[in-house]
Design a protein around this ligand. Structure first.
Ligand code: SF4
Length: 307
């Protein structure tokens, strides 16, 4: 084995370990999978869903609890959809699966005028079909392949265009109230998933077969986040951590926090006020193991001016 190959193997093992750890942690934090669950893994043919299935299969083999996995792909009859790719891959893996064929493509192209974005109707139809399939299969959980960067993009989209502070929850009840939807990749970085998919040579099915325009607002936010990631190492990690450290008393939603009853007898709430202090930002260092900036506890850098 050459030195180069040994290094590649080392890096791949590290990446695989990190992704498995991220998924295991998210599943534990949100109690996503329990003993006896039948998890329907939604497989679009994109890098994220392949990685999700791959990691869940590994977890299933090593977890102390027993649960079932069934992969489901929805063939929406888009022109050029390579219908042999997923069955060949899934047969080789030996995993239980179902391919659901529904011509949503024709419905969408029929209903939506040319040039208009078709994604919202398409997603609604797909959701309904997947929920129905979950019922038919007796699945207790529906796993979707959204990752950390999807969650941050959605957060910013909602802030910029929706006037709400919300994102994609890692676990929720489906619109029809019948299923629990989980996102086991919630802690995984997209760039890790890209590298993993390349290393594993997943047979990716292109996602532009329907010919729909990409969501331009989401694309703009993705580009902005990727640019920040290069120019300000640690910013994305910090933004994501902020979603796990919410302080309602220091926001402005009076439905969420009871500001009205605060008086001088209430005591200091969540650290009180920093209005008279110089804003403080943490300094950063690079964690050898993860190659990503971390914030050491207790180490603070005073920032005099923020532009
Ligand atoms: S990109 Fe195409 S397949 Fe995907 S949601 Fe939009 S219309 Fe549907």
């Amino acid at each position: 084995m050459s030195v180069q190959t040994a290094k590649q193997v080392y890096n791949f093992n590290k990446l695989q370990k990190r992704l498995r750890r991220n998924v295991g942690q998210a599943i534990a934090d949100f109690n996503m999978i329990e003993a006896g669950d039948k998890v329907m893994v939604c497989l679009s043919g994109g890098k994220d869903s392949y990685a999700m299935l791959d990691i869940l299969l590994n977890l299933q083999a090593h977890a102390p609890i027993k649960f079932e996995l069934v992969a489901v792909n929805l063939d929406q009859k888009q022109p050029g959809f390579p219908e042999h790719v997923l069955p060949a891959y899934l047969n080789e893996l030996g995993v239980d699966y179902r391919i659901v064929e529904e011509d949503t493509y024709s419905i969408v192209t029929d209903k939506i005028p040319e040039g208009k974005t078709t994604c919202s109707l398409c997603s609604r139809l797909r959701r309904g079909i997947l929920y129905r399939t979950a019922s038919e299969l007796g699945a207790t959980k529906i796993a979707l392949g959204h990752h950390r960067d999807d969650i941050l993009e959605t957060l910013l989209l909602n802030m910029f265009h929706g006037g709400t502070l919300k994102s994609m929850p890692p676990k929720l009840v489906s619109d029809n109230g019948k299923h629990v939807v989980i996102r086991p990749l919630a802690y995984c970085k997209e760039k890790d998933l890209v590298r993993y998919a390349e290393a594993k040579a997943f047979p990716i099915i292109p996602c532009n077969l329907c010919g729909s325009q990409e969501n331009l607002q989401r694309k703009a936010i993705k580009t902005m986040l990727q640019d920040w990631d290069k120019r300000f190492p640690g910013r994305i990690e910090s933004m994501f951590r902020s979603l796990q450290n919410i302080v309602p008393s220091h926001l402005l939603d009076h439905q969420l926090f009871d500001f009205k009853t605060i008086d001088s007898h209430s005591g200091v709430i969540d650290g009180g006020d920093i209005a008279f202090d110089t804003p403080a930002l943490p300094s950063r260092f690079v964690d050898e193991e993860d190659d990503e900036p971390q914030i050491p506890s207790g180490e603070r850098l005073q920032v005099i001016e923020i532009k």
